[in-house]
Design a binder for this molecule. Structure first.
Ligand SMILES: Nc1ncnc2c1ncn2[C@@H]1O[C@H](COP(=O)(O)OP(=O)(O)OP(=O)(O)O)[C@@H](O)[C@H]1O
Ligand SMILES: [Mg+2]
Length: 511
């Protein structure tokens, strides 16, 4: 390791949401000790601003940094960088190379200045340039750029949509930045293939468009930050997104291969919930997942992930779409098929799969069960009511303001009891969230438990008892602060093998 310390994961402070927006003024470090974020109310524009504070360089230092960067671009061996698997090695490599260049150019640079320059070299050669700081900000969910000269906008966990002071000032810089995003996600973007859907090495999702047409504002990009390690069910409980009963319910319905769809608006937390409750799919089940960009991340071995490959040529040669992937997946004889996001005609393959006994979990954009069913039954999807009937449970997630704070809640769990010939559905809503007191209610008996009971020959009382026991176990895990990915996974697996032992360990009495 070189002399320079760059802490890319400093401790994040907890950020409370102030009652009064005009009083917002806080600072936190995201790349220690070089970069901090300053979020403040700007009286002039009357809005909250997100400012990235990077080290200041004098004009002379900037000129030197440019000379060093130019030389570096010549000598940096890209292949070598790729091979430097660990971040530490790449940082080391950048530092050594920079020092070599400085001595070759005969520059004399003080250590303090070199340290600042080193940050910029890191940022531009290893990191994501102007937005590197935002990538390291735990509070950021989305990063959006709508073209040249446009401020970058963010979705912040606490302050929601805020404007930043960062812009891409010219077409060349923005174009090459978008090319960099493509290269980092192992894809290609160009004039003739102008749309990028990919994932960055840290697991974030990236979408970008490419145009170098001077009459438009140029390329655009959106980055949805994603944690590499998905949140566990117990963590979601910690955020108060849902209740222990709701989790125990998912645990049971997924054990008995029910068909579940998670719906909600954009960014409401559908994929996050899907990843978390996938912990409940029995370990021995074979799971196949299908999606546009890699977001599904399952804590299991018996899993075959596939990602849609978009056309390499304009004629679509090499293209593998959702429809054919899904059709192919059924031949792999999965116990569960997971579809990242259902949008179009692939829904018919999914529902036919359900009808022939392949359980599925998927997400779809819709705000209610009625809206969902309407979308499924009208063009372009056009499913028959009989096929829609295959769906067992719909979970509805949404953004919610609780005590003036932006949060996410699992608003309702709705069971599809029967879809009638006229296309309308009879439903049952066992769980719901009440915005008035921010509490979750268990309202009605589950109809799906009856269905499971019949299909598997289990008395409903037994399922009910199991539900109560698992609710207690999940709550006890939460109280004992058992949140981690591996820990949680192990406990669920142990429970499958030896429930008594796990219950004893968590001091849970059988309901
Ligand atoms: N319960 C939660 N608490 C805090 N943040 C959350 C929660 N659930 C999701 N998020 C964050 O919100 C962002 C959006 O979540 P996610 O991608 O799951 O939403 P989505 O509904 O699948 O969005 P899209 O419609 O774009 O597919 C992510 O950055 C995620 O980390
Ligand atoms: Mg999603």
């Amino acid at each position: 390791m070189g002399d320079i310390k760059l802490n890319l994961n400093p401790r994040m402070p907890s950020v409370p949401r102030p009652e009064d927006k005009t009083k917002i003024n806080l600072r936190y470090m995201v790349i220690d000790p070089y970069v901090s974020i300053h979020i403040y109310w700007d009286e002039k524009s009357r809005e909250v601003i997100y400012e990235v504070e990077e080290p200041l360089l004098s004009e002379g230092d900037k000129a030197n940094l440019k000379r060093i960067s130019d030389a570096m671009r010549e000598v940096v061996n890209i292949n070598m960088m790729e091979e430097e698997k660990t971040q530490e090695n790449s940082l080391d490599y950048i530092e050594k190379t920079a020092k070599l260049i400085i001595s070759e150019l005969g520059l004399s640079i003080e250590q303090e200045t070199f340290d600042k320059m080193f940050y910029y070299l890191y940022r531009n050669f290893i990191g994501l340039n102007e937005i590197e700081a935002m990538i390291h900000d735990y509070y950021i969910e989305d990063i959006e750029c709508n073209g040249v000269g446009e401020p970058i906008y963010l979705a912040h966990r606490v302050f929601r949509n805020i404007k930043t002071t960062v812009k891409f000032h010219d077409l060349d810089t923005l174009s090459s930045f978008v090319e960099k995003l493509a290269q980092k996600s192992g894809k290609h973007i160009s004039y003739s293939s102008p749309i990028l859907d990919g994932s960055l090495p840290d697991g974030s999702r990236v979408n970008a468009t490419y145009t170098t047409d001077i009459s438009s504002k140029g390329p655009t990009f959106t980055i949805r930050k994603f944690t590499k390690v998905p949140w566990t069910p117990v963590q979601l409980l910690g955020f108060h997104e849902l209740s222990p009963e709701m989790l125990a319910y998912f645990w049971i319905i997924l054990q008995y291969q029910s068909n579940l769809m998670i719906v909600g608006g954009t960014g409401s937390g559908k994929t996050t919930l899907l990843n978390a409750i996938a912990f409940f799919i029995p370990q021995e089940n074979r799971v196949v997942s299908i999606e546009d960009t890699r977001e599904i991340n399952l804590p299991r071995e018996n899993w075959l992930p596939s990602v849609v490959r978009s056309g390499v040529t304009s004629g679509g040669v090499g293209e593998v779409d959702m429809f054919s992937l899904l059709r192919g997946s059924f031949r792999q004889n999965p116990d569960y098929v997971i579809v990242g996001e259902v949008r179009g005609i692939e829904a018919s393959v999914l529902f036919q799969g359900m009808a022939s006994g392949h359980a599925s979990i998927s997400t779809m954009h819709a705000d209610s069960v009625d809206a969902l069913i309407r979308r499924l039954e009208t063009p372009p999807i056009n499913l028959s009511p009989m096929l829609v009937n295959g769906l067992d449970v719909v979970a509805i997630v949404s953004h919610a303001i609780v005590n003036g704070r932006e949060t996410r809640r699992l608003r309702e769990i709705v069971e599809v009891v029967r879809v009638q010939a006229d296309g309308t559905a009879l439903t049952n809503t066992p769980f719901s969230w009440n915005p008035a007191d921010d509490k979750f209610y268990f309202k009605k008996e589950s109809k799906i438990f009856e269905k499971i009971g019949e299909k598997y020959g289990i008395p409903v009382e037994e399922l009910q008892r199991e539900f109560n026991t698992r609710t207690k176990l999940i709550y006890s895990m939460f109280q004992k602060k058992v949140f981690g990915y591996e820990e949680v996974q192990r406990i669920f697996n142990d429970y499958k093998k030896n429930p008594q032992e796990v219950l004893q360990r968590f001091q849970v009495s059988i309901a």
